[in-house]
Each structure stands twice: as structure tokens, then as C-alpha cells.
Design a protein around this ligand. Structure first.
Ligand code: HSE
Length: 308
């Protein structure tokens, strides 16, 4: 039995505009790394967190503690874990920081437990991290971080995750303005009830996006990348949102919007050349704002969490 393993799990862009809490995709960079060692006592110890000062090593307050605590309880034997977390993804950035740590921890522990759990069960464990981080056990970041590609949470009860087709020329651009938005606060802005007309428009786009991905119909993908539910409530949290989105669209993006709960803004593009142009335009917008930012350009990553 292996005693120690290092696992990476990638950043993710969730919602994809129309699919609040159900759609997400993995990108190649940035990513988190979690190193897990198996111990014989049913407890979780977080020894160190590298690359971030703001997260707690108290397992009760850290998403990795929540995930591994649930796995310790479910494993039914006297196992525990000692952990080192290497943060590559800035917390509160909107590209699945808590999800990547949760996914990497769940995947690593499962390697040490001789693959006792299925991938879907690992998503369920990783959702415990999301529950601690945001108050809701949503799976639209942890699923693509664990599985790679583009995922649809068709159902939460029972958990039914569908991996969708990834069109060959699809590229994702992400711009992260260096400010933090807490997912719990961004979720609090949303209406609990939707007018039927809004729901009709939203699920029409979800269906259109899924069909577009399978037909590799980039125009249909673009037409479907519209959000009537979260973006109208949340975009005001991101001071440069409209400028960034307009710039992306003017430079040829298929669609653009808030990545997860923000503040990152993403754009989907056909081909790396357009993606580069979109990225350049978004950078120009931010340069004039004087606020620090990070950018990422990536194909949809076919890899989810994996052993390093
Ligand atoms: N679907 C979640 C939300 C993603 O929008 O609140 C958070 O990263």
C-alpha cells in the first residue's frame, strides 16, 4: 500500500453563463497540488499551506480537512491523513480555488486507499469542501477539476455527472482582476425564485450550449453563452465587467461572462489566434484600470486531477 502521494487538480470555469451550478470546464493552469500521507489514526492534520497566507491549517476550517474528514469517516477503518497544500490558485478568484484543493485531496486519499471510491463518490466528498467554503455543496467546479473536460451535473440527487464533448478548436481565456469575491456573498445576491419566462430562456440556452458542443457548432455555442440568472445580479461586483466583456466580444469571442462567482471574467473562443486577441484586448482594459491582474489562456483541459 502506498503511504504518500502528490496530486494536482486544475482550476475550473463554472456556470459557463447559462448553466448556474450545473456546467463547468477544466483549464490547464493554474492548479493546486496536495500531498497526502496515510496515517493510522483517524484524524486529519494539515502540516503546511504553501503559496497562500490567508487559509487556516485547522482541519475544521480548511476545505481539505472537510473532504478528508468525510473520507476518513466513510472508509470504515482506522485511517487518517497528514497533508501539505500548495496553492497555485488564489482563493476567491472565481476559478475554483477551493474546488481544486478539495478535488486534489479526494483524489490523493483515494490513491492511498487503493481506489476504494468511484470518481462520482470522490466528487461527493469534494463537495464537502465546497459546502465549507461557500455554504452550498455545489459540484460544478469539483466535477471538472476531478474529471477534466466539460461536465454537466444533470442531477444532484442522485448525483449524475455527464462528461460533454469538447470541440477541438475551443479555447478559454480568463482574466482575474486581483480582488476577492466570496462565493457565499455572490450567492446571497441571487433570487431564490425565478419568473417562468426567465427559466425558459435560461434552459433554452443550456440545451443550445450542449447541442452546440456536440455539433461543434461554434455559432450555436456563442448564441447560447447568455446568462439571465446570475450575471444581472453579480456583474456589479466586478467594476470592469462590462468593459471586459465588450472587449472580448469585439475581439471575436464566442461569448464571455463571469467565471464562477467572479471576479474572474472568462471568454470562450474558436481557435488560439482569436483567443490571443481576446486576451490582449482584456489586458488593455485592465491596464487602464491600474488594478493588478492575472491572465490565463488554455484549451479545455482533458486532464482532471492526477498523480504527479
Ligand atoms: N456555481 C457556483 C456559483 C460556482 O456561481 O455560485 C462558484 O464558483
Amino acid at each position: 500500500m502506498r503511504r504518500r502521494v502528490r496530486v494536482m487538480a486544475p482550476a475550473t470555469v463554472s456556470n459557463l453563463n447559462c448553466g448556474f451550478d450545473v456546467l463547468g470546464l477544466a483549464i490547464n493552469e493554474p492548479y493546486d497540488v496536495v500531498e497526502v500521507e496515510l496515517t493510522g489514526t483517524p484524524s486529519v492534520e494539515i502540516v503546511a499551506i504553501k503559496g497562500c497566507d490567508s487559509l487556516s491549517t485547522d482541519p475544521e476550517k480548511n476545505v481539505v480537512g472537510a473532504v478528508l474528514g468525510a473520507m476518513t469517516a466513510a472508509s470504515g477503518s482506522a485511517v487518517g491523513f497528514r497533508v501539505i497544500i500548495e496553492k497555485g490558485i488564489i482563493p476567491g478568484s472565481g476559478i475554483g480555488s477551493s474546488a481544486a484543493s478539495s478535488a486534489a485531496a479526494a483524489f490523493a486519499a483515494n490513491v492511498l486507499l487503493d481506489a476504494r471510491f468511484t470518481l462520482t463518490e470522490l466528487v461527493r466528498f469534494a463537495m464537502e469542501g465546497e459546502k465549507l467554503a461557500s455554504g452550498t455543496a455545489h459540484a460544478d467546479n469539483v466535477a471538472p477539476s476531478l474529471m477534466g473536460g466539460i461536465t454537466l451535473i444533470r442531477s444532484y440527487e442522485p448525483l449524475d455527472i455527464i462528461q460533454l464533448n469538447v470541440p477541438r478548436e475551443l479555447f478559454c481565456v480568463v482574466l482575474h482582476p486581483e480582488m476577492e469575491i466570496r462565493t457565499s456573498i455572490a450567492r446571497g445576491l441571487l433570487d431564490r425564485m425565478l419568473p417562468l419566462e426567465t427559466a425558459v430562456r435560461q434552459w433554452g440556452n443550456v440545451g443550445g450550449l450542449v447541442a452546440g458542443l456536440y455539433r461543434e457548432d461554434y455559432d450555436l455555442i456563442g448564441r447560447s453563452l447568455v446568462d439571465y440568472v446570475a450575471e444581472p445580479k453579480r456583474s456589479g461586483l466586478i467594476p470592469w465587467f462590462n468593459e471586459l466583456k465588450n472587449s472580448a466580444m469585439q475581439n471575436g469571442a464566442l461569448g464571455a461572462g463571469i467565471s464562477g462567482s467572479g471576479p474572474s471574467v472568462f471568454a470562450l473562443c474558436r481557435g488560439v489566434t482569436v483567443a490571443g486577441k481576446v486576451l490582449g484586448g482584456m489586458k488593455e482594459v485592465m491596464k487602464s484600470s491600474g488594478v493588478a491582474f492575472k491572465v490565463y489562456l488554455s484549451p479545455v483541459s482533458s486532464n482532471g486531477a492526477r498523480v504527479l
